[in-house]
Design a binder for this molecule. Structure first.
Ligand code: NAD
Length: 441
């Protein structure tokens, strides 16, 4: 099948390279010429584990090409997969500028019947509007079908999720069109759930809102645990055994970030508001998350003055195994620290380039944890990269000026921390202080 994937970001590249790996002829199109130049040199503009090898294989088999030319992207193609960004306006509603521009381009350049498959997360009703926008720009008498096929991949596990995701949701007006899109994925043994277009659009928002709710719920529980001397990791483990609850998304921490949850929860509040529904539950979820992101520095302030302190921030990406820092808790935490007069040195294995564009030389950077914490007065663990989770606690004691650690991701077991002369503050668990273990040394 001849397919064009529009947008070569996290979703577009995983989708395009994944579909090419399944044997389809795929062209990845982007208006960002620099990204296309990189891809033509077999270089990925993003970090996504496992994707580089698949890219090289698909190019070798001549299943994958790249272009920044609209006519090459749209003229002779059976399927167009939409993976352009849908960022937020300041009121939280979805900014559909990229979608609108793309629809105009499709209308201008498409020369044969085409099925447009929307993977971008778009408000309910957008696929219907897209059909009208494309048809209004058509230069040729062709038929255009719109299919909603929301994307559920997790950055950092995108390749796994393309080949082994939990479900493929297809929302179409006609069964025959849904079948044709499902057929593109037939080599995958993933359950296909077929529904109408608007329900498919809503499934994406409802899923993300539900996961965000689980996160904010356990974070609220963690705040209470701190006050009643319970341990949130024990509580979550005990809750998660119940099959009706499940163990996933019950890790207390410093809140969710990334390009999806913050944007999609805000957009769903707006979508509800547009039909006069006050989505109070989701508003509370967002509020709890904002509070949680700010909580680690506030906790630190209660026990020390951060002015003039050398602070190591460990982890910049919004979660491990990605270079994506969009809406990452690290961004707020670093701003809080700088505002309080701290000197920040940030460690991350993949995201430093992106962080430099934001913080420039207001922050020092290191790709080595030991270098970041050496002579530091405090360390903040912000992202649970494997390198951070497995970093020996003894090193904090050896290298830091003052071994004080604020762990926003509960990376270490308390029993282990207790073996070392470290002040350790985590989320929803008891505090460990050096003096408590002084008898050991
Ligand atoms: P991204 O910002 O990484 O990539 C979007 C790309 O689209 C950019 O390279 C941009 O240059 C390109 N683009 C913009 N307008 C274009 C146009 N008119 N023609 C061609 N290319 C154009 O975005 P992303 O993270 O891949 O997300 C894409 C969509 O998928 C969003 O709607 C997002 O909400 C949704 N989504 C993202 C994830 C995720 O984990 N990133 C997961 C599920 C769904």
């Amino acid at each position: 099948m001849k397919i064009t994937v529009v947008g070569t970001g996290y979703v577009g590249l995983v989708t395009g390279i994944g579909l090419a790996t399944l044997g389809h002829s795929v062209t990845c199109f982007d208006i960002d010429e620099q990204k296309i130049r990189l891809l033509e040199e077999n270089e990925l503009p993003i970090y996504e584990p496992g994707l580089q090898k698949l890219l090289e294989d698909a190019v070798l088999k001549q299943k994958l090409s790249f272009t920044s030319k609209r006519e090459e992207a749209y003229e002779a193609v059976e399927y167009i997969f939409v993976a352009v960004g849908t960022p937020s306006y300041s009121d939280g509603s979805a900014n559909l500028t990229h979608i609108v521009n793309m629809c105009r381009d499709i209308g201008m350049y498409a020369k044969q019947d085409v099925i447009v498959v929307t993977k971008s997360t778009v408000p309910v009703g957008t696929n219907d509007a897209m059909k009208e926008w494309i048809q209004a720009a058509l230069q040729t008498d062709i038929s255009v079908h719109l299919v909603s096929n929301p994307e559920f991949l997790r950055e950092g596990c995108g390749v796994h999720d393309f080949f082994h995701g939990d479900r493929i949701v297809i929302g179409a007006e006609k069964t025959e069109i849904a079948k044709r899109v499902a057929n593109l994925y037939k080599l995958l043994s993933i359950e296909v759930f077929t529904t109408d277009v608007r329900s498919a659009e809503m499934i994406k928002y409802a899923s993300n809102a539900f996961l965000a709710t689980k996160i904010s719920f356990i974070n609220e529980i963690s705040s209470i645990c701190e006050k009643v001397q319970a341990d949130v990791t024990e509580v979550a483990a005990g809750m998660g055994i119940d099959k009706r609850i499940g163990p996933h998304f019950l890790q207390a921490g410093i809140g969710y970030g990334g390009s999806c949850f913050p944007k999609d929860t805000n957009a769903l509040v707006q979508i509800a508001g547009n039909v006069a529904h006050d989505f109070r539950l989701l508003k509370a979820v967002i509020e709890v998350n904002n509070k949680q992101q700010a909580s680690l520095v506030e906790k630190a302030e209660k026990v020390m003055n951060l002015q003039g302190k050398r602070v190591a921030v460990l982890g910049l990406s919004f979660k491990p195994n990605t270079d994506d820092i969009r809406e990452a808790p690290s961004l707020l935490i670093i701003e809080q620290l700088l505002a309080r007069g701290a000197h920040v040195i940030a460690y991350d294995p993949k995201a430093i380039l992106h962080a430099k564009r934001i913080f420039m030389n207001r922050v020092q950077y290191s790709m080595d944890i030991s270098e970041a914490i050496i002579k530091a007065d405090v360390a903040f663990i912000v992202t649970e990269w494997e390198s951070i989770r497995t970093y020996p606690i003894a090193k904090y004691v050896q290298l830091m000026n003052e071994s004080i650690v604020f762990d926003g991701r509960n990376c270490y077991a308390l029993e282990e921390v207790e073996q070392y002369a470290v002040d350790y503050y985590s989320i929803g668990r008891r505090v460990i202080r050096k003096r408590d273990v002084s008898h050991i040394f």
